[in-house]
Write a protein that binds this ligand. Structure first.
Ligand code: ATP
Length: 354
């Protein structure tokens, strides 16, 4: 098990900065997600943590020990890639045993360990099969088996489910999480899929353009996004932004939108100029008596819920409503928001004032 601390980590490739100044801590036994869009620097961060890439500056500590200059082989970690490279000429048992055999472990011990790992992954019945004919899921389990058999301090996974189709991906995500819960080994996992990150992670780092935008538990990030980028990236449909010019004070306050006032929760900072009120689609309610009004532009039916796009004086927004609620394109509706769920952003910097 391992606690991994990252301090002001930076990586330049020539004059391009892939990772700017990342600071965060992965607690012992945590399932930790590095999340962000393509090119944001998450793979580079993971590779530095694993020892596959040297940082330009900054430090990495594993259990309090500085390891930044040490290669992967001296960090007691296992890396699981998207494309599982199994040895095609070996059967399942030999593939899993390989890391132990190459360490010179005694045959009887290797046999026992492989059996144990096969039991955990529920692949005992295929141990003597060649890997060539296996299904994608079984290949995945064999690759995981090879990673966990060494009992490393930590696992590093780079989009390990990226190549799988949606249904299977979801099942493997559940299996991976269950496996982690049984073994409790620190796991750092890269994904660009916010749902996967929310579903699997104990905590998430959200990155953009080489910068850590926020890190925290999935629900905290969802409920209290630190930036407009995070608010937009997490959640589907994304958080709505109602733009307005004005000033808000520190502390609890009311802001004016198109002639009506919305109560917002206590602000830690005041702000003025171009501001944005962030509201999640599920926190928009239709209320005939509400003075804030908009026109329904589109209705998208999703079974039990419907996504309704509404044009307001402050921009279009999406509401997630029960499908039982009758809504027609073209009608004018009154809009109400649950005050406790609102976030105010400074639109220029993108930072939340909460
Ligand atoms: P993806 O999901 O697409 O892999 P990512 O968030 O993992 O994205 P990185 O792979 O870390 O992003 O890459 C971050 C940026 O650094 C990208 O713009 C990439 O082109 C650049 N980069 C990565 N490795 C190198 C390299 N060896 N030399 C030059 N530029 C690189």
């Amino acid at each position: 098990m391992a606690r991994i601390e990252i301090r002001k980590l930076r990586k330049d490739f020539g004059d391009f900065t892939a990772v700017r100044s990342s600071t965060f801590t992965v607690e012992d036994g945590e399932f930790f997600m590095l999340l962000g869009p393509s090119g944001c620097g998450k793979t580079t961060t993971l590779r530095m943590m694993a020892g596959l890439e040297l940082p330009t500056s900054g430090e990495i500590y594993i259990d309090g020990e500085e390891v930044s200059g040490r290669p992967a082989s001296q960090r007691d970690i296992a890396f699981v890639f998207q494309m599982f490279a199994l040895y095609p000429h070996m059967n399942v048992r030999r593939n899993i045993a390989y890391p132990l055999v190459s360490q010179g472990m005694a045959r009887a011990d290797v046999r026992r360990k492989v059996q144990e790992v096969a039991r955990i992954l529920d692949i005992e019945d295929i141990l003597d099969r060649p890997v060539g004919g296996l299904s994608g899921g079984d290949r995945q389990r064999v690759a995981l088996g090879r990673a966990i058999v060494r009992e490393p301090k930590a696992f590093f996974m780079d989009e390990p489910l990226g190549a799988l189709d949606a249904e299977f991906r979801e099942r493997m995500a559940g299996e991976l999480r269950a496996l982690h819960d049984r073994m409790g080994a620190t796991t750092v996992y890269v994904t660009h899929d916010q749902l996967e990150a929310m579903q699997m992670g104990d905590r998430i780092v959200v990155m953009n353009h080489g910068v850590v935008e926020q890190f925290g538990a999935p629900q905290d990030i969802y409920d209290w996004p630190a930036t407009m980028f995070v608010a937009d990236f997490i959640g589907s449909p994304a958080m709505n932004f109602l733009h307005f010019d004005g000033a808000v004070a520190r502390g609890a306050c009311r802001i004016g939108l198109a002639g009506i006032h919305v109560e917002v929760p206590a602000l830690l900072e005041g702000g003025k100029g171009r501001l944005a009120l962030g509201v999640r689609p599920e926190h928009v309610h239709l209320d005939d008596s509400a003075p804030y009004r908009g026109e329904v532009l589109a209705v998208e039916y999703l079974g039990t819920t419907q996504i309704v796009t509404i044009e307001t004086a402050n921009g279009a927004l999406k509401a997630r409503l029960s499908s039982a609620q009758p809504v027609r394109t073209g009608e004018t509706v009154g809009l109400a928001f649950d005050a406790r769920t609102l976030t105010v952003f400074d639109a220029a910097s993108g930072r939340a004032l909460l």
